[in-house]
Design a protein around this ligand. Structure first.
Ligand SMILES: [Zn+2]
Length: 383
């Protein structure tokens, strides 16, 4: 029932509309028109103003003709990562890719296009279905901040799917919680040639601290990274400040807290080894640590009605559904934190966040059939 040509054409049209994070307005307006044509009631929320973007999250209520059926959420994000402007989609057989200068933007326009096609089929074929709430978020790639601003009391559905991952049949039900860090290391400025003994090098302290940190893969559930380092003004000045930015993630809250404390302690110990007495005054190096919760854990049980529903739909189509844990966060983490039960279903996107990104249209079509079967089964309430 999925119209493959129509789905492919919509995906290519969406890919051609630039929509870097905070600049999703043009794609949002195109989607608003699409959903209104299908009889949905569409709003744009105030998330755009809150995050400094040119449009908010798009929320739509589509009413099915089986009013007793459980409402269901379908969500995808409208923004893409850089380089993502002026994308030229190239179709080679079944494989859609960019021309190599930009990402393709199948992350996550494949999810957006699938949702639109499924609603179109439901509308045209008048298939019995409960209400569907559509949420197309902004700024997922900027730290899930569109979803964080979303007022979920506007949704009728308490359960559903985010369509934002790769291999067909994969259902991501577990994802880590993440902390984001900024560490500002303070030293003491001095002329590097004339009086280096009057200085404390913030770069040296940062280097010592970072070299003592456990980073990378900590264990099966936990990862950590220092991703940005900025500091120093000139080669002949002992630097008095270095800024480090990093993160830690874990599927286990206790391990995340331990790793966070370990990273702060490594820097503080390095700083504590440096103090200087100058004309009776004591100067100490110091570390200012800013820790922010980036997002919370995603953990949908294999026994949940949602997983059972997706498995049953997969079975009907001969697609084996495999529940997966990921090391990445997505809007589903945020929806679950806000009290919904949402997992992340794949769309066929591949090698995302690179200019080599590609997508096999057969995967896209199969994902769309799977989503259609999920909402159809959901309406029957039989799982
Ligand atoms: Zn994505």
């Amino acid at each position: 029932m999925i119209d493959q040509e129509r789905l492919k054409n919509l995906l290519i049209e969406l890919i051609r509309i630039d929509s870097l994070s905070r600049k999703e307005r043009n794609v949002a307006m195109r989607l608003k028109r699409e959903l209104e044509e299908l009889g949905a009631k569409v709003w744009i929320d105030d998330a755009g103003e809150k995050v400094g973007g040119n449009v908010g999250n798009l929320i739509a209520h589509w009413n099915g003709d089986a009013p007793g059926a459980r409402p269901f959420l379908l969500s995808a994000h409208m923004d893409t990562v850089a380089p993502g402007e002026g994308v030229v989609p190239l179709l080679e057989g079944r494989i859609l890719r960019s021309d190599g200068r930009t990402v393709l933007g199948g992350d996550d326009k494949s999810g957006v296009a699938i949702i639109c096609e499924v609603l179109r089929v439901l509308t045209e074929k008048k298939l019995p279905c409960g209400g569907i709430d559509v949420v197309f978020t902004i700024c997922e790639e900027a730290g899930l901040i569109g979803a964080k601003c979303l007022d979920v009391s506007r949704l009728r559905a308490r359960t559903g799917l985010v369509l934002d991952s790769d291999s067909v049949g994969f259902l991501f039900t577990r994802a880590p919680a993440a902390n984001r860090f900024e560490f500002l290391v303070h030293g003491l400025e001095a002329h590097a040639g004339v009086c280096p003994e009057k200085g404390i090098s913030a770069i040296q302290i940062a280097a010592e601290g970072v070299s003592r940190m456990k980073l990378g893969r900590i264990d099966a559930e936990t990862t950590a990274n220092i991703g940005v380092i900025e500091g120093g003004v000139a080669v002949n000045v002992i630097p008095n400040a270095v800024l480090l930015k990093g993160e830690a993630r874990s599927h286990n809250e206790e391990k995340l807290a331990q790793q966070t404390a370990h990273m702060i302690r490594s820097l503080e110990e390095a700083a504590a080894r440096r103090e200087l007495k100058l004309t009776g005054q004591v100067f100490r190096a110091s570390v200012e640590a800013k820790v922010e919760r980036d997002y919370d854990r995603l953990d949908v049980s294999d026994d949940s009605p949602l997983v059972r529903l997706v498995r049953a739909a997969g079975k009907n189509l001969g697609v084996e559904i495999s529940t997966q844990a990921t090391g990445g966060g997505c809007d589903a983490n945020v929806f679950n934190k806000k009290g919904l039960e949402v997992a992340n279903l794949s769309t066929g996107m591949r090698e995302i966040h690179t200019v080599k990104e590609w997508l096999d249209l057969n995967d896209l079509y199969l994902s769309a059939r799977l989503v259609l079967e999920i909402v159809r089964l959901n309406a029957t309430g039989s799982t």
